[in-house]
Design a protein around this ligand. Structure first.
Ligand code: C2O
Ligand code: CU
Length: 476
């Protein structure tokens, strides 16, 4: 087994600790999850091809100050949990500003969802909040702040949350890529996370492209081996178009759930489009000779950006994709399409630009966007009404209409949904929590409202979210 640099910072979590109460023969054994503690902090980091270090080196360039992570001089760790195993995540806010943490894609109790004012109060400096939940789905998820969302995410606090299935699928190794850009000036220091011009259009892009905070890193992988490649787009803005030239494989999971309809292997004709918030799991077989490189590439037509390179090392093993066990299908309730009620949502401009906000979670003084003509810019508007009220256990079709000339990755908290129809393309009916709604597109999604609570529903281009393209759906 190769020790990939990206698994070194992996935390193996979710173990249960045996607590012994009493003594001697009458002791009672209770199982309780061991809490995993994280503290957000400002940190410095030198971006380079090998990933960061605490020092500035010639190869790595300048130290960038003011990044946000759970670790010093390193990207946020991969948190690993086990499916159907209780977890306690104890988060302390080490920042001077407020925060909360949201567990993107996890179906959890509403009070653990990390949305300020809606599900909890923002955490002030040095406050601790313990998130307790049992992840019901195995797959690739992630975490990020949901208060001061734009600055804290743009400056680094986006980490992978991997929920392991109990069974061994037969991979030789795993590589996880957290794709995220940074906006830096000529001295390597952070630029403001957004521009009003960007926020009113497609968003403000960063120019430094990274995978796990490294610039086009090379990751060793076993020659001829089978690798599970998890890719997460955690950038606040960028929509990735991925190709993997020279690599054989298949898409096994989409946005945290095993695929049930095939997703085409990416090609230049049809790259794999991953919008902010989305994840994909690929089963890949590496080339059978040592020293061969394959590059995960963002394909923008004439422009190709290498994001990470897999390089085969060691004597070849002869593996075949057919050696892998299949993922167990997600345990999700099938929507009853015939009996479902349809609800309409329109994503577009906001009628009046009111950028006011009465909370602690960041407002930018602009409102450009809305859902159903209602902007929700600041996480904190008092007495804002839900966009829709769903009855617990009932099936719904949500018709999402994009009347804007920009694409929006639309994310729903707490529930998984199926895309069932589009006026522009054929969408594989795979469970998701984040759907790329294309320019001018109308997509119907279906779900069973089986998780009670107030669930945030917003664009995951965070500048759009923070300038109005947000709301929530109530399930009671
Ligand atoms: Cu990934 Cu409302 O968030
Ligand atoms: Cu958007």
């Amino acid at each position: 087994m190769i020790d990939a640099p990206f698994s070194r910072r992996t935390f193996l979590l979710g173990a249960t600790a045996c607590l012994t109460a009493g003594a001697g023969a009458l002791s009672v054994r209770a199982e309780a999850p061991a809490p995993l503690a994280f503290r957000s902090r400002r940190t410095a980091y030198a971006f380079g091809a090998d990933g960061g270090s605490g020092e500035s080196t010639e190869a790595d360039g300048a130290m960038t100050e003011g990044l946000v992570s759970f670790l010093d001089n390193a990207p946020p760790p991969i948190i690993r949990l086990r499916q159907n195993t209780p977890a306690l995540l104890q988060i302390t806010n080490g920042l001077e500003e407020y925060t909360t943490i949201h567990w993107h894609g996890i179906r959890l109790p509403n009070a653990m969802d990390g949305v300020p004012y809606l599900t909890q109060l923002p955490m002030a400096q040095d406050e601790t909040f313990t998130y307790a939940f049992t992840p019901p789905d195995a797959g690739t998820f992630w975490y990020h702040p949901h208060c001061m969302t734009l600055d804290q995410m743009a400056f680094g606090l986006t980490g992978l949350l991997i929920v392991d299935e109990p069974e061994d699928l037969g991979f030789d190794d795993e590589v996880a890529l957290n794709l995220k850009d940074f906006r830096l000036d000529a001295e390597g220091q952070l630029l403001p996370a957004f521009t009003p011009k960007g926020a009113a259009r497609a968003g403000t892009l960063g120019a430094l492209r990274t995978a796990n905070w490294a610039v086009a890193p090379t990751v060793p992988v076993p020659t001829g081996g089978l690798v599970r490649l998890r890719i997460a787009a955690t950038d606040t803005t960028r929509i990735y178009r991925l190709i993997l030239p020279g690599l054989e494989g298949r898409v096994i999971a989409w946005d945290g759930h095993p695929v049930r309809e095939a997703v085409a292997w990416p090609s230049e004709e049809a790259p794999l489009v991953l919008g902010p918030g989305q994840r994909v799991d690929l089963a890949v077989r590496l080339p059978a000779s040592e020293g061969v490189e394959v590059t995960v590439t963002d394909f923008g037509g004439a422009r190709r950006t290498p994001l990470a390179t897999l390089r085969t090392v060691g004597s070849p093993t002869k593996r075949d994709l057919r050696d892998l066990a299949r993922l167990t299908p997600a345990n999700l309730a099938e929507p009853d399409l015939a009996g479902a009620q349809t609800m309409e949502f329109v994503f577009g401009w906001t009628p009046d630009g009111n950028g006011q906000n009465n909370g602690f979670c960041g407002a930018y003084g602009y409102t450009f966007w809305s859902i159903n003509r209602t902007p929700w810019a600041g996480d904190a508007e008092a007495a804002i009404a839900p966009l829709a009220e769903l009855k617990l256990g009932k099936s719904y079709i949500l018709r999402l209409r994009n009347e804007s000339p920009n694409a929006h990755p639309i994310h729903l908290h707490g529930l998984a949904f199926l895309p069932i129809a589009s006026n522009q393309r054929t969408l594989p009916k795979n469970w998701t929590d984040t759907l790329m709604l294309l320019k001018g597109e109308t997509v119907e999604i279906a779900l069973v409202a089986d998780n009670p609570g107030d669930w945030a529903f917003h664009c995951h281009i965070i500048e759009h979210q923070k300038t109005g393209l947000a709301g929530f759906i109530r399930v009671t």
